[in-house]
Design a protein around this ligand. Sequence first.
Ligand code: UDP
Length: 446
Amino acid sequence: MDNVSERPDRRPNRIAVLTVHTSPLAQPGTGDAGGMNVYVLQTAEQLAQRGTEVEIFTRATSSDLPPVQEAAPGVLVRNVVAGPFEGLDKHDLPTQLCPFTAEVLRQEARQVPGYYDLVHSHYWLSGQVGWLARDRWRVPLVHTAHTLAAVKNAALADGDSPEPVTREIGEKQVIAEADRLTANTAREARQLVDLYGALPERIDIVPPGADLTRYRPGDRAAARAELGLAGDEEIVAFVGRIQPLKAPDVLVRAVAEAIRRRPGRRMRALIVGGPSGSGLERPDALIELADQLGIGDHVTFLPPQPADRLVLVYRAANLVAVPSYNESFGLVALEAQAAGTPVLAAAVGGLGTAVRHEHSGLLVAGHRIPDWAGALEYLLDDPARLNLMGERAVAHAADFSWAHTAEKLLASYTAALSGPGRAAGILGESQARSRALWRRRTGVLR
Ligand code: UDP
């Protein structure tokens, strides 16, 4: 992987950021809004503070939205009309990429030539738009995948439907076209190379962050009082979109098992977030599950919370559980640690970087309920060790700030602006690269 930090400092003045399928201004924790939304908004603010203006293009999902919103000084959100405002499923979005792209190109055409120095696309749908914009504007394309279909399909939860092969094809195309790719972790960088044929020298590792000014340790009793939670219970929180991939059911089952092992145990699962996707996503289904397991009184649900309330959730909990089947990183794990709460996480994907095993939390291999119940007991039955882990968690999370992420992104942008994509003539090079990649890797198209 390239060490971009040593390159000359040639920073873009203004960039176009593409996030077709979800707005950075949407409330994360439900529907299609999650960590990527937080990532896009937080890095945009940080980039603007460093002198790079950011214009974010996203698909308008309501007729009430103005065409342009100022999200922060130097950060504009452009709500592009492409297809119906409501009722368009994420899987149908590829049908609306043409009108979306047309609007992005028209927007730039209204400006002075060279208005954007670079395009940064998030998720493969945006990458499809991004490479056309890059070719038209003759500026570099930096792409961040956030999640990869091949990785997700290799670790599906029960009841989860696989990502379609068309997504994998689309991802391969974007990965072949992008001038630079950013990956959350070294592991993701390897997946881009091994599964998608990316060129290692084009990948920059850019870890995401947590808002360390907001997510700070605080008084647990006060947080519990504010949220209406009992002061004397063991509280294990799950925070995120309620979907099979995130496995909130594993936490509910593990709490039931721990209570079965020690009847009378005052343990509570606090589930924070809203529905997304298909399968075990309805809180109703989790309520039914808790009732079937006889622990209906030990589970509390909260709808998606804004960040200034979410910090209270993290502080209120003794432990935050992230039992996902896959996470490209897992911002919730970082935020919880920044707020001083250890994390019990599945040993998958980026969680191995986000959580330090036996130091700031615990990583569990697999999703066997006895193992998860045992992990809950191991952590909660030794409050002194848990407190120590909480202190170390704050120190661990301090290494992950959005300021650091933005600096790494700027280094990647600098590399893209100085790289061969531009100098060698973007069109010829990208076509040749794309052909070579298809021949080498896929066998799908020839
Ligand atoms: N989130 C939130 N309110 C909620 C639940 C989640 O703001 O009620 C945010 C949370 O702070 C985090 C993001 O949603 O920044 C989830 O990111 P993560 O990487 O954990 O999961 P993803 O949604 O990307 O799969």
